[in-house]
Design a protein around this ligand. Structure first.
Ligand code: AQP
Length: 329
């Protein structure tokens, strides 16, 4: 029996990167027999960067609505909001005492975000991976499906779990990362050296809510190179490789199959075909998304049910942690 958990921050409109690198795979995992899946809108992580309250609220519903629109079945999977399950912050505090400041300071995301938000290098930005460790360890998670950027945080989770287990016995399950073979790091179409991100304004970001004409325009303008040959080469042809990766994830094919399809074709045709594949992928879920966002009461009901299921599991692990540590309960 495998248990998966993953989270998405409600920090902006959902991008094609988060969809292909995370949501699409998460929905498929939930459909596999003998798996338990938890998907969490990680609002407590989002506040490590200052958020406008109305936007935080809207994007929390929005992340959940995209999951559901993409086909997540809540009878098979638990979808919940992080702040609704108090055990996350409680275990997060406890795990802080098993984490060294030096190891947190080495995290690439911390270094990047502290440069981006120089005016607000808050302690939460530093301890973000500890809360993430709590998110994971509360559910006896065996596998964490994440994009490439989260690999380092997951390594920290494993270290913290092993450190705790080393002192108190086998309390935590030590999880494995699960990085997708393609689209693990979808890059900005205008700057293939930087990750496509929700909170970064760029003409190279494709949003799931974009109209087909906008999607086509963004792909037509995607940065490529002057080599004029479609090949999988992340170093010399980063733009082309990013487009191939998007195509592979959209169609469910391998890089070899994708490259073979475009041999001898010009970049113009190549970009148009990819835009068409992306539109075919996202158009059907856009309508469902709009319906879901128009019914917040339904989303609230899903959140309530999700929080009850998640809390029941999380409280069991938290109680075990408290008992072995000597807390009076
Ligand atoms: N561009 C991407 N390519 C592949 N996977 C991605 N993910 C995010 N962007 C890409 C994966 O989606 C999951 C949720 O990510 P997150 O929202 O928790 O945080 P993030 O990685 O910081 O995403 P953003 O869009 O870049 O958010 P902001 O702009 O707020 O920092 C993760 O599994 C992530 O790997």
């Amino acid at each position: 029996m495998k248990t998966f958990i993953s989270g998405i921050q409600p920090t902006g409109d959902m991008t094609l990167g988060s969809y292909l690198g995370a949501i699409k795979n998460h929905v498929q995992l939930a459909d596999i027999a003998d798996t338990t899946t938890y998907y969490c809108v990680v609002d407590l992580h989002a506040i490590t960067v200052r958020q406008e309250p109305q936007r935080l609220r809207d994007f929390t519903y929005s992340v959940a609505a995209w999951y559901l629109a993409a086909g997540l079945d809540t009878s098979k999977s638990t979808l919940f909001v992080q702040n609704h399950v108090r055990a996350h912050t409680e275990l997060g505090w406890i795990l802080n005492t098993f984490t060294q400041v030096g190891e947190l300071e080495r995290m690439t995301q911390y270094k990047d975000k502290s440069k981006q938000h120089k005016h607000n290098v808050n302690a939460g930005l530093l301890t973000y991976p500890v809360l993430m460790a709590a998110d994971i360890l509360l559910y006896n998670t065996t596998h964490v499906p994440v994009g490439d950027d989260q690999k380092q945080h997951l390594e920290l989770t494993r270290n913290v779990a092993q450190r705790f287990n080393g002192v108190y016995g086998d309390v935590f399950v030590v999880p494995e990362p699960m990085i997708p073979k393609v689209a693990a790091r979808v890059m900005d179409l205008q700057d293939p050296t930087s990750k496509m991100s929700k909170s970064q304004e760029s003409n190279g970001t494709v949003y799931l809510k974009d109209e087909p004409a906008q999607i086509t325009k963004k792909f037509k303008r995607a940065v490529t190179d002057n080599i004029a040959n479609v090949a999988w080469d992340p170093i010399e042809q980063a733009g082309v490789t990013n487009l191939l990766s998007i195509y592979c994830a959209s169609k469910g094919i391998t890089p070899e199959q994708a490259v073979a399809e475009f041999t001898g074709k010009g970049y113009g045709d190549f970009k148009t075909t990819i835009a068409e594949a992306v539109i075919a992928e996202v158009a059907p879920i856009q309508n469902r998304y709009k319906e879901l966002m128009a019914d917040k009461a339904e989303l609230d009901a899903i959140f309530k049910k999700g929080a009850e299921k998640a809390s029941a599991q999380a409280e069991t692990v938290l109680a075990k942690v408290k008992d072995v540590m000597g807390f009076v309960r």
